[in-house]
Design a protein around this ligand. Structure first.
Ligand code: ATP
Length: 420
């Protein structure tokens, strides 16, 4: 076992030593594992630490929390706990375990084990390394599957042929890591992955888990790369038959990050930012398909609304806003009721000319405050009734299209046209 020296902040080293010593005192052994170890070798140490304990992870986490004055949350089904260490971050503590899959795609049955079996249950070699934290072996590397070699060579390699069938979410994880680290899924692993895709194993995964994997992909710095790759590997139609990357989506994808940046810069809030990316996969989908997809992925209400609005607006909008001189009022009518996430995607998907017009619309016109309000109509003695909404809309249209230059002009128009 080789000992490694990493550039780690002193407070992280101190915490790792504390964890190793506590385990030793309890007659247990603690290891740093998974993404934390991988990222140390990549010289991108994350703030969160993954710890696996050969022993009782839940009790260990409680003791660690007491020792460091931290809060602890436990998820006992997998023997895992999260310790929130003040001034530091999250420490995930798990009991070393083996996993067995009763049926593909379902959650596994788990049993306590030693660190080696625990590493064997993991997804890829680069995520199956452990660093001992025991006082006598501090930062000695356990790397039974040669993950470090794969990391150096830029390879994503699964541990066994059935890995993607046991847990098809690993298909999405493989693509996510491949694109994040600009690595390559190793040849044999890709064959296993494709077998699981073509064998329709994705269908067995719950909507919640699939949605979570997509969410993680859309949170990466370059989701467009992973989307291309999922398309290339034929993954998307296995989530839903009409999910995919159409020719229009290929045009939109490179502009999505820019459109999101534009919205943020102009303080237009995208509560469901990931859904801007998701819409790129929906361009082949009709409304019925969109509803079925929402159900399959167990989307939240807000997410469903975005999918439904986008599946209606995205195919029609370029036609509706074609031409040189589109009145601002027409843009307003077509766009104002859409969620910002849909507006943002439409901007990314638009041809350059229309994109410029949409930019002006979103920043200037959409924020215009109507000059005429209900109170003005009352003051003018117009009896309340269904006519109000018509008058207010027409007044706003006139304001947007420049028919009225001032509030007074708009008011005069209302008075002359509607007040008796
Ligand atoms: P990220 O940087 O995206 O958080 P991570 O590798 O830390 O990546 P987590 O989802 O936090 O990913 O998982 C921690 C570790 O747990 C992984 O490194 C891997 O060893 C293991 N793991 C997570 N999900 C799976 C899975 N579906 N199958 C097998 N092992 C998994």
């Amino acid at each position: 076992m080789k000992t490694y020296h990493f550039k780690i902040p002193p407070k992280t080293t101190a915490l790792l030593k504390k964890i190793g010593k506590l385990a030793d005192e309890r007659g247990e052994a603690a290891y740093a594992v998974g993404g934390f170890v991988r990222d140390l070798f990549l010289r991108h140490p994350g703030v969160d630490i993954d710890i696996t304990v050969e022993g009782d992870g839940v009790t260990f986490a409680e003791k660690l929390a007491r020792l460091t004055g931290s809060e602890v949350e436990a998820f006992t089904r997998f023997g895992t706990s999260i310790v929130i260490v003040p001034g530091f971050g999250k420490v995930d503590v798990a009991t070393a375990r083996t996993e067995s899959y009763q049926s593909p795609g379902a959650l596994p049955a788990v049993k306590k084990s030693g660190i080696m079996q625990d590493l064997y249950r993991r997804d890829f070699t680069i995520n199956s390394m452990a660093l001992s934290l025991s006082p006598g072996y501090f930062l000695k590397l356990l790397d039974p599957f040669e993950g470090l070699e794969d990391l150096k060579k830029g390879r994503i390699r699964a541990l066994h042929a059935k890995s993607f069938m046991d847990d098809p979410t690993r298909i999405f994880r493989a693509v996510r890591f491949e694109q994040r680290f600009q690595e390559r899924i190793e040849e044999k692993t890709q064959r296993w992955l494709l077998e699981a895709v073509r064998g329709n194993y994705i269908q067995r995964v719950s909507g919640e888990r699939l949605r979570n994997e997509l969410r993680l992909i859309f949170q990466e710095p370059h989701p467009e790369r992973a989307v291309w790759r999922l398309d290339e590997l034929g993954v998307l139609p296995h989530i839903h038959s009409s999910l995919g990357v159409s020719a229009s989506a290929k045009m939109a994808l490179p502009h999505i990050a820019g459109a999101i940046g534009f919205f943020k810069k102009n303080r237009m809030v995208l509560e469901e930012e990931k859904m801007v990316w998701f819409q790129a996969l929906l361009l082949k989908m009709d409304e019925k398909g969109a509803a079925a997809l929402s159900k399959r992925l167990m989307l939240s209400r807000a997410e469903q609304k975005i999918v439904s609005q986008s599946s209606k607006a995205a195919p029609a909008l370029p036609r509706q806003l074609a031409g040189k001189d589109i009145p601002a009022s027409r843009m307003y009518r077509l766009l104002c009721s859409l969620r910002p996430e849909v507006q943002c995607f439409l901007m990314a998907a638009a041809a350059p000319d229309l994109r410029k017009k949409l930019a002006v619309y979103f920043v200037k016109l959409q924020k215009i405050k109507p000059w005429i309000r209900g109170g003005d109509l009352q003051t003018l003695g117009i009896p309340p009734g269904f006519r109000y909404s018509f008058i207010l809309l027409e007044a706003l249209n006139g304001q947007l299209d420049g028919k009225f230059k001032t509030r007074q002009q708009a008011l005069d128009w209302v008075k002359n046209s509607f007040a008796s």
